[in-house]
Design a protein around this ligand. Structure first.
Ligand code: MCN
Ligand code: SMO
Length: 786
């Protein structure tokens, strides 16, 4: 690894491989998750869920002995439906009731809510509820939904389309120059996120604060407070949202979940504690889905493989409801804007739409639309290479934005801020040794397997701000993020941020930022996060924004504390403030020194020692920050893999996997590597294993982890990572966000590698996730037959 070891004199500062502070707690089983919490009088909640994908509810019968424990939509008139509105011109908003009302729109939609002292009892009660349904036509895929006549998902809509977006940038003039035209249909399966902890929420009434407290496994506590206050008709000050330890989120927990609203309503209504813990079956069948994109790509290129224009049609299966706050508009918005990725072509036409179907709603998932667009773009790049008879990397080198062109505004107006994309490709080729792979292919493998190499380069727009979100039309638009930094009476440091760390390691990395500026030992720095009662406002953790935004605010807050500490410290040393120097957390002058602790001691307990002109704001700062531009910073990477395909069984083994990534200055390279490796593991799942299939009646076919396959330790190979560190010109320390990137490229890389391996057999190209052995064998059979 090209590693950084902290700057001289700053062994815990920016760039240091500080072990994660949070790990000791988790490794010793001391984490505190919603399911760990105990409370006197706690009731557990279960939901009766729809067995049908699209039907009218004609009657509900609840046995008398459980009537007091069961709630239907009409019992909650004071709760509003969840409506994620958008300013996109063609957008049609859905109204998602907390419990189905009148009709159901997907299998698993909650119809009734039941509480009891235990979850088992609540489930038993739910079985005593009888519901009569009248079938409606089921739209289980985007084609049937778009062809619908009458009986739309949402009665008042024009058609079953949430939103349509169009782009046309000098398409005709550039396409007209083309010498070759390459067409591909490319599809990504529907899948779930499967965090270790599903959705979990506990709500109670704090009588002392006269406040509804909602303890929720969420990435976005402040936003959940806003929307719950709105949906429950409470003042914001009457709601506190706390996000405790969260067992992975990956986007699933950045939206309001209807169960969250239901449980909060119970606590508001009955002024006592209620809890809901999603089980695995609920997650896989009724929880949110993601990734399902369908592409029709037409690439116009010259004979060298230089892409001149791209025509793309992208159809996204949005499920039944648009999620709050991002709306389903986020997905086509990001897809249409990010499809060109790292490439410099000039002609672009794209129409993308999100279609409503009778499936659970579509939630952003690590990488968001970029996993889909990278898959489509990179498979198309390989298809162009085949067409013009060149190596895939040669074609990419023709098309990538060149290092000396940076900063570069691409065809969709993305402000690519820094870096050298071709250099990352070259580095990945060197590490994976493409020449050696080609030689090995010529020799053939003793065991009869076929070897293939694949690569993909992508951009990861991260920490994008106000203008970008405004263009996506979402009701929540991030602006400044704030942080509070406070020197505690014992000389430690307390940081407060409104984002939430649920595995990203911010308790460590934010402490490193503070250490870089104030020298306080990382062990004495405490990060308070994820509690609207204790932290300044932030829209939360998503879009790989926390480090740049909240970390930037931490940096700014510490920089404002520094002169105050210096001023008091110099006075204690009886030195001229201009003559003192900081060495770690000690201030030195004339052979004497005082520590941050001494300064804190003076401020809190010995005010007689303070300088007469001391700043009365003391040792606490709250400051807002956003980067110099709000167009985001563009992390990028090239991933490359070598695979071996067994043409007899269709089995694929990953022999080698390399990542060359550039997220600007790394705060902690070990954390960056952990984030990358975790993301790649998820990307391997998308490529090879994960799928939530639905039959034509809208019935989910993978309802347990026996049917829904996840990669385990044996499916995730060791990876070799290499870092470039091109600082972003727009952010504190030049750091760029990277939390999603690992999950973007693997499907593209692995499909390209498998297709490369299968070429000698004349196999059909594999263009649809997941890449199962059955599909590999079918591609071989199809190709040979053709
Ligand atoms: N980091 C760094 N140097 C950089 C960039 C990042 O050291 N140049 C560190 C940061 O300090 C932080 C981590 O890497 O500790 C990720 O930072 P960032 O890129 O800002 O991403 P966020 O913290 O905003 O996390 C969100 C991102 C998203 S959107 C998803 S989805 C995702 C992901 O993070 N979900 C995760 N990684 C996850 N990791 C875990 N374990 N669990 C999830 O649910
Ligand atoms: S999918 Mo990540 O929460 O942006």
């Amino acid at each position: 690894h090209a590693s950084t070891h902290g700057r001289p004199g700053k062994p815990q500062g920016v760039g240091a491989r500080v072990p994660r502070k949070e790990d000791a707690r988790h490794l010793h089983g001391k984490g505190n998750f919603v399911a760990d919490m105990a409370m006197p009088g706690l009731s557990e909640v279960a939901f009766l869920r729809s067995p049908l994908a699209h039907a009218r509810i004609t009657a509900v019968r609840v046995a008398d002995q459980i009537a007091g424990n069961v709630f239907l939509r009409q019992a909650m008139p004071d709760a509003r439906d969840i409506v994620a509105d958008s300013t996109l011109p063609t957008y049609q908003a859905s109204a998602q009731p907390p419990l189905a009302s009148g009709k159901v729109r997907f299998v698993g939609e909650p119809v009734a809510m039941v509480f009891a002292p235990t979850r088992a009892e609540a489930e038993d009660y739910a079985e005593l509820i009888e519901v009569d349904y009248d079938d409606l036509p089921v739209y289980a895929d985007v084609d049937s939904a778009q062809a619908a006549q009458g009986d739309l998902l949402h009665e008042q809509w024009r058609d079953n389309v949430f939103v349509t977006l169009n782009a046309d940038k000098q398409f005709d003039e550039h396409a007209a120059q083309a010498e070759v035209v390459v067409r591909r249909k490319i599809d990504l399966a529907r899948q779930c996120m499967v965090p270790m902890e599903g959705k979990a929420v506990l709500a109670y009434w704090d009588h002392q604060a006269d406040q509804l407290v909602v303890v929720s496994a969420t990435q976005v506590p402040h936003m959940i407070r806003s929307v719950l206050a709105q949906c429950l008709d409470l003042e914001q000050g009457r709601v506190r949202v706390v996000s405790p330890d969260v067992g992975g989120a990956f986007g699933y927990k950045c939206v309001l979940q209807q169960e969250e609203l239901c449980v909060a309503w119970l606590a508001k209504t009955f002024k006592r504690p209620f809890r809901f813990i999603e089980d695995r079956r609920e997650h896989l069948t009724a929880g949110a889905n993601s990734r399902e994109h369908h592409y029709e790509m037409v690439a116009y290129a010259d004979r060298r493989g230089r892409l001149l224009a791209l025509d793309a049609k992208i159809t996204i299966d949005g499920g039944a409801y648009s999620v709050w706050p991002f709306t389903i508009g986020l997905e086509p918005g990001q897809a249409i804007g990010n499809l060109p990725g790292p490439y410099a072509f000039k002609g672009y036409r794209c129409v993308t739409r999100a279609v409503a179907t009778n499936k659970p709603g579509f939630v952003p998932y690590r990488g968001v639309a970029r996993t889909g667009v990278c898959f489509a773009m990179e498979l198309t790049m390989d298809a162009i290479a085949r067409e013009v008879g060149r190596e895939p990397w040669e074609v990419r080198l023709e098309n990538l934005v060149q290092g000396e062109q940076m900063p570069f505004v691409n065809v969709t107006g993305k402000h690519l801020d820094s870096g050298d994309y071709p250099a990352s490709l070259q580095q990945a080729m060197d590490m994976i040794d493409v020449a050696a792979v080609r030689e090995r292919q010529r020799q053939g493998e003793a065991d009869g397997r076929l070897i293939g190499v694949g690569l993909a380069t992508y951009t990861e727009q991260a920490a994008h701000g106000t203008s970008v979100f405004a263009a996506w039309g979402t009701p929540v638009i991030p602006g400044f993020d704030q942080a509070t930094a406070r020197v505690t009476p014992d000389g430690g440091l307390e940081l407060r941020v409104g984002v939430h760390s649920h595995g990203q390691g911010m308790e460590t990395t934010f402490a490193q930022i503070a250490n870089e500026i104030l020298g306080v030992d990382v062990g004495s720095i405490k990060l308070l996060h994820g509690d609207t009662g204790q932290t300044p406002f932030s829209t939360g953790t998503y879009a790989s924004r926390s480090l740049v935004m909240s970390g930037g605010a931490v940096s700014q807050a510490c920089k404002r504390l520094l002169p105050r500490l210096t001023h008091i410290g110099a006075h204690l040393l009886q030195a001229d403030p201009a003559s003192v120097v900081w060495n770690q957390d000690r201030l030195e002058a004339g052979g004497k020194s005082v520590s941050v602790k001494d300064v804190a001691d003076a401020w809190y307990l010995r005010p007689q020692l303070l300088p007469p002109d001391v700043d009365p704001a003391g040792l606490e700062v709250t400051v807002g920050y956003k980067p110099k531009v709000d167009t985001g910073c563009f992390t990028y990477a090239t991933h490359a893999a070598v695979v071996a395909v067994d043409p007899g069984t269709g089995g694929v083994e990953i022999l080698d996997y390399v990542v060359v990534e550039d997220c600007g200055t790394m705060i902690n390279p070990m954390v960056v590597e952990g984030q990358t490796i975790g993301g790649v593991a998820q990307g391997i799942g998308t490529a090879f294993y994960e799928e939530t299939p639905y039959d034509e009646n809208g019935q989910p076919l993978a309802s347990t982890l026996a049917d829904y396959m996840l990669p385990g330790a044996t499916e995730v190979p060791n990876m070799r990572l290499h870092h470039f560190e091109t600082p972003s010109p727009h952010t504190e320390f030049g750091a760029k966000g990277m939390g999603e990137g690992g999950a973007i490229a693997p499907p593209a890389v692995l499909f390209n590698a498998v297709n490369d391996a299968l070429r000698p057999l004349g196999a059909a190209e594999l263009l649809r996730t997941p890449l199962s052995p059955t599909r590999v064998l079918a591609a071989i059979a199809q190709g040979v037959a053709a």
